[in-house]
Design a protein around this ligand. Structure first.
Ligand SMILES: Nc1ncnc2c1ncn2[C@@H]1O[C@H](COP(=O)(O)OP(=O)(O)O)[C@@H](O)[C@H]1O
Ligand SMILES: [Mg+2]
Length: 257
């Protein structure tokens, strides 16, 4: 059971700017939650407070009912994937994948055999078996992002966090990786918070969507519920209108042929 709760969370940066304002949000056990909104609306800030990369100004964040405001990132049990791959360039793919496991201390430390087994398992899952002895620079962008996904997942984090992980990939690869991310989620059932500004991506991936604007939560519901019953004009404009226009464009392309 891994649930996450934001309770009255506000983030005020040093210059006084409020990037997240009184956020109340629940992520259920095993849920794939997508944080959606335009650039600058506070998505990354929301995620980074959960990861421990930003202080929480007001309110609290709980993982499984335990307040984590003052826990260091390493003690929170979260795995994170960023837009940039941030792989270790001098290490092989195998070493990149196993790095976090090798750094574990004490009772959490797996044996070397178990680590090798887990690396092979994840390489298989992500189609990287042939790449294990290569260095990151020998891989394509898509393969590198797969390594980043594997590196976050291989430690079996309690919560998996992803911040626009597909933004650097071309459209076809993005589609393919989306499907894979959802497949991995269905397989492991890890509670996931995924940040994107892409409406279609949110609709395809999410169990529920949380839409932010100006640091404030606008709506939190299942994708079709949001689409069919937008809570306000912002959601109608940002999500519904965008999807309708995308569908219209697609239809027009086919009509013209
Ligand atoms: N360190 C900082 N100091 C002041 N303002 C910041 C800082 N980091 C981000 N912001 C501002 O907070 C707002 C939200 O940023 P962010 O959470 O990165 O948005 P998003 O990920 O949705 O694009 C933006 O207006 C951004 O300029
Ligand atoms: Mg961001």
């Amino acid at each position: 059971m891994v649930r996450v709760d934001y309770k009255g969370v506000t983030k005020r940066y040093e210059d006084g700017f409020e990037a997240v304002i009184d956020l109340n949000l629940e992520v259920k056990d095993g849920e794939f939650l997508v944080l959606l909104g335009p650039s600058g609306c506070g998505k990354s800030t929301t995620l980074r407070m959960l990861a421990g990369l930003e202080d929480i100004t007001e309110g609290e964040i709980l993982i499984d009912g335990m307040k984590i405001n003052h826990l260091p990132p390493s003690a929170r049990g979260v795995g994170m994937v960023f837009q940039s791959y941030a792989l270790y360039p001098h290490m092989t793919i195998s070493e990149n994948l196993s790095f976090g496991l090798r750094m574990e201390k004490g009772e959490n430390r797996l044996s070397d055999d178990e680590i090798s087994k887990r690396v092979l398992e994840y390489a298989e899952l992500l189609g990287l078996t042939e790449q294990l002895d290569k260095k990151p620079k020998e891989l394509s962008g898509g393969q590198r992002q797969r390594v980043a996904l594997g590196r976050a997942g291989i430690r079996r984090p309690r919560v998996l966090l992803m911040d626009e992980p597909l933004s650097n990939l071309d459209a076809e690869l993005r589609n393919q990786m989306r499907t894979e991310i959802r497949r991995l989620h269905d397989q492991f059932g890890t509670t996931t918070v995924y940040v994107t500004h892409d409406q279609i991506e949110a609709m395809v991936l999410a169990d529920r969507i949380a839409i932010l604007d100006g640091g404030k939560l606008q709506q939190h519901a299942e994708p079709l519920e949001v689409y069919n019953n937008p809570a306000n004009e912002f959601v109608r404009g940002f999500l519904c209108k965008h999807i309708n226009e995308t569908v219209d464009t697609a239809n027009r392309i086919f009509e013209d042929r």
